[in-house]
Write a protein that binds this ligand. Sequence first.
Ligand code: SF4
Length: 364
Amino acid sequence: MYGNNLGIYIHVPFCISKCPYCDFYSVVPENLESYTHSICREIEKWGRKSDKIVNTIYFGGGTPSLLSCNVIGKIIECIHENFNVLNPEITMEVNPADYAFVDFKELKNFGLSRVSLGAQSVCDEELKKLGRRHKKNDIVMTLDSLRKANIDNISLDLMLGIPVQTIDSIETFINFCKINEIKHVSAYLLKIEKGTKFYANREKLSLPNDDESADIYEYTVRCLENKGYFQYEISNFSMPGFESRHNLKYWNLEEYIGIGPSAHSLFEGKRFYYKNSLRDFLINPEICFEGNCDSREEYCMLRLRLADGINANLYKKKFGTDIPEIYFQRAKKYISAGLVDVDKNGIYLTKKGFLLSNTIIGEI
Ligand code: SF4
């Protein structure tokens, strides 16, 4: 049911400073040697449990670009030694502020094939408001280094609903992507999470309301599609053939192993996680059981995030049965409002439906 492929996610929990909107677990870089040692020890542990084929590896964070190339290379090598690895997509998240310290040519020699750049904006004023360490010029310089290393499978993050952001600056970002032949864009609406600096100051930030956010999102989708970026998931857009193979595993309910503090796994029908603590990970890296995966329900919820939706053939291939009739019945009540499409091939959210995805997916 879960297929014969496996993804590996390596969590790098280090950040030099905390962005005021971020609620991810991160710490200032420390104990890098012990961290690398612990990651490799956990890779060996998991490697003994699985003989599946690893075809995606993803370094996420935090800030993976704070690790030296040798450390990244060592971790990739360790994965090769402990798993069956075949033609892997190897992605690394990069903070544009770090470009001068990252040797992309060397990383490419280790197998790096894809870079996800935490650009967020190409407007320096917006980047300042977001408390980012980089400016537009760092993004330009990173892209230049990537080009010289012949890495062209590049994704840029775009944050929407930033204080001081305008429709023009979103268009400028998308034009920048097009001109620089960027293959993939992840566009997320800024969410004000409890416990962040932005949450504490939310009254003073001039943030768009729900209707304005919806307009910004719809405008962004239109603008990206006009430039040839296909929306394959609620927040993800790509040129044909450049979808994130690793992230598609999450939405297709395929197995993945997450290693590092706060990383999550789906393995043999069960969900696991490591605690949000670097210290625990270094001293006593316990793989905690989160619960059994309710495969059919979770699969449908995740697939509705994709433009392909719940596809009848794929569902049958995965579970050996047709899509349960109850899902069609619940989905049908959203058709007249233009939020959902239903046909013999399956159930899909429309672009308008993507905007209300949380509610509709929950209901279906
Ligand atoms: S760099 Fe990324 S993970 Fe680190 S604080 Fe900023 S948003 Fe959060």
